[in-house]
Every structure is written in C-alpha cells, then in structure tokens.
Design a protein around this ligand. Structure first.
Ligand SMILES: NC(=O)c1ccc[n+]([C@@H]2O[C@H](COP(=O)([O-])OP(=O)(O)OC[C@H]3O[C@@H](n4cnc5c(N)ncnc54)[C@H](OP(=O)(O)O)[C@@H]3O)[C@@H](O)[C@H]2O)c1
Length: 335
C-alpha cells in the first residue's frame, strides 16, 4: 500500500476556491479506529460551513457573528480550520483494523458520518463507533450520497414529528438532498399521504419518488389552500409557523430546519399553541444502520444530482451552495 494519498484540503476559511487537491501522508489508525479506503463523500451544509467558517445565510435571531465564532471553534481554529480535510459523509472498504476493534474486519464495506470531517480523501482513520454497514444494493458512489442528507429527514420523521399512517404531510423543499429522502421515508416507511413542494423543473422528480401530490411553489400559494396538514416539514426554511397556521390541523406540527449554530443544525417543532420541541442532527451508526435497512428493503434510495471526481471538489461545493440541487451532490473517489 502506498504511503501517500490524494485529499481535498482547506488551509484557510473562504469560498469553494480555497479547496485544494493535494498529496499528503496517509493516516494510520489508532487502537479504537479502522482505516478505510474511502470511495466517496457528499457535499452537505456542515462541509460548506467547515470550509467557509461563516454562519449560513439563515442565521437564528440574526446572530451571525456569534454563530460564526462558535462554528470556527468547533472545527478547532479561529483563524484557519484545524481539521484541513473537509467532508463528513464517507463510504468505503476497511483496509486496517485497530487492535481494540472487535466488530469489524478488513474487507468490510462500511458507510457513515464523521463529525470531525476528513472524508474528502482516499483514506480515513475513523473511530469504529461511527461505522455502519453499507447498503448491499448500492454502489459505493450511490451509498456515499446517503450520509448527511438522509439523517435530518430521519431525525425529523422518526423522533420529532413521527407521522401516523394516512397523516397528511407537506414537505417544503421536496426536491433537495434532504427532501428527496424525507418524501420517501414519509411515504414508504410511515405510510403518510405526502405532498411535496418544489420548483417547476422538479415536479416530475418529486412525483417519481412517491409524492401523492406535488405543488409548484411558483404557481400556487399553498399557504392559502383549503387542505389542512397534520405535519409540515419546512426543510428549506421557506415559511414560518404564522404563515402556515391556516393549513395546519388543530394539533398539527410545524418542523423548521434551521441550519444554525455549532456545526449541527437545530431543528424546531412548533405546534399552533407554540409548544416547542427541539432536536439536533443524529448521524450515529444506529441511524445509518436503520437507513441501511430501509434502503435494502427498497423503501428508500438516494437521488443523485451530479457525481464529481475528487479533482472537482470546488465545483461540487459551488453546485451545492447554489441551493438548486435535485437530490444529492456526490464526490466520487473510486480507483
Ligand atoms: N444536507 C445536510 O446535511 C443539511 C443538514 C442540516 C441542514 N441543512 C439545511 O437544510 C436546508 C436544505 O438542505 P438540502 O441539503 O436539502 O438542500 P439542497 O439539496 O440544496 O436542496 C434545496 C432544494 O430546495 C428547493 N427549493 C428552494 N427554494 C424552495 C422553496 N422556496 N420552496 C420549495 N423548495 C425550494 C430547490 O429546488 P428549486 O431549484 O426547484 O427551487 C432544491 O431542490 C438548507 O438550508 C441546508 O443548509 C442541510
């Protein structure tokens, strides 16, 4: 095995162009870690925050500076990122196992999410606790599209607003990286009646992944419609509870996805009488294993917009930051 590897790094905070493809030393794994040959990653908000070192546009209560400060701290450096290799989601094959690791073997196919970045590289040393089994019915590149986008959808639907069979669920931002997972989970796992909201070029896509009804937000103001929803998932922060009050049932839940603070999102669920539930993302191995089960059962599959090679990581970040993705933006690191 060679000692060097290709990796995309950022040595300073800034726009996508700060990302550079370099050859660096391959990591070695500690006793509680495995070394994986990583075949792919995807671009997620956390990766762009890691690289940019700035709070996202939708900052809670407008406290962008404070958020930016804590964001930089969370990546270990105020002036430049301590973890230079961006990328949370990974997918690959184990090539070495630390001596304290008992559950995994060389050759196992794994995927998951590293809270410490490091995934835009050919090799990653990663604590065994972050590993989940890769879905067998997906290629490595397809499986790389799952960590990141799927977990906010899982967190919302499994823990925060769990639909009952037949509940009417409105998903705003149904065509994006999170929304395409949310539509399939709500429809195929929770058996809800799903209405997806998206732009005109994504209507067919959202229908094709199982939405019962699709609303083009350029043609229809759904906040003024007659249909009442049990659950509204506002994945792209396009609405507010007050604007959606008239289309919620009396006990309806409004889920707001606020990409703020730490590098982790804080999700709010608000009822009409202003009761709050708050949760954060959960990219644990348990979550990734559950999603693997749903994928292998044919209930969920990743929708991929574009696959970029590692050498085009700048373009991949620019694409994701456009906010116009149709499903997931993936970076392939296959041989
Ligand atoms: N990916 C993650 O891991 C992650 C984690 C936490 C939080 N977040 C945050 O969650 C939000 C969504 O993330 P994402 O990864 O799903 O984004 P994305 O992949 O960029 O998707 C955005 C999608 O929303 C659609 N859209 C834009 N404006 C809309 C509107 N007003 N109404 C309905 N649909 C609209 C876009 O389609 P059109 O082009 O047709 O408008 C696009 O398909 C972002 O704010 C992100 O920062 C993401």
């Amino acid at each position: 095995m060679k000692d060097k590897m290709k990796a995309v790094i950022c040595t300073k905070f800034g726009p996508p162009k700060v990302l550079k493809l370099v050859e660096i030393e391959k990591p070695v794994c500690n006793n509680d870690e495995v070394l994986i040959r990583n075949y792919g990653t995807s671009v997620n908000t956390v990766d762009t925050l890691h690289r940019g070192g700035k709070a996202p546009k939708v900052a809670f209560f407008g406290v962008k500076r404070v958020v930016g400060f804590f964001l930089r701290l969370s990546f270990g450096g105020l002036r430049k990122p301590k973890q230079k290799i961006v990328g949370g989601g990974f997918c690959g094959k184990i090539v070495a196992v630390g001596k304290d690791v008992t559950d995994w073997n060389i050759g196992d196919h794994v995927y998951g999410y590293s809270e410490n970045g490091g995934a835009s590289a050919e090799y990653m040393a990663i604590p065994a606790e972050f590993l989940a089994k890769k879905p067998e019915n997906l290629t490595f590149t397809e499986a790389a599209a799952v960590p990141g986008g799927s977990t906010p959808a899982l967190r919302a639907l499994k823990d925060l607003v769990t639909p009952k069979k037949g509940d009417k669920v409105l998903i705003i931002g149904a065509s994006g990286g999170i929304g395409t997972f949310a539509v399939q989970m709500a429809k195929n796992v929770y058996e809800a009646e799903v209405t997806g909201v998206c732009g005109p070029s994504n209507v067919d896509l959202v229908r094709s992944i199982g939405a019962d009804f699709v609303i083009d937000y350029t043609k229809e103001d759904y906040t003024k419609g007659d249909t009442k929803y049990d659950i509204i998932l506002d994945i792209v922060s396009a609405q507010t509870l007050s604007k959606c009050k008239n289309i919620l049932t009396p006990d309806g839940l409004f889920f707001a996805n606020n990409p703020i603070s730490s590098p982790r999102s804080i999700y709010h669920v608000i009822t009409k009488n202003k009761r709050f539930r708050i949760g954060t993302a959960d990219e644990s191995a348990a979550s990734m294993n559950l999603i693997c089960e749903w994928i292998e059962a044919g209930k969920v599959k990743p929708v991929i917009d574009t696959v970029y090679p590692l050498s085009k990581a700048v373009e991949a970040h620019e694409h994701y930051e456009s906010g116009r993705s149709k499903g997931r933006v993936v970076i392939s690191i296959e041989e």
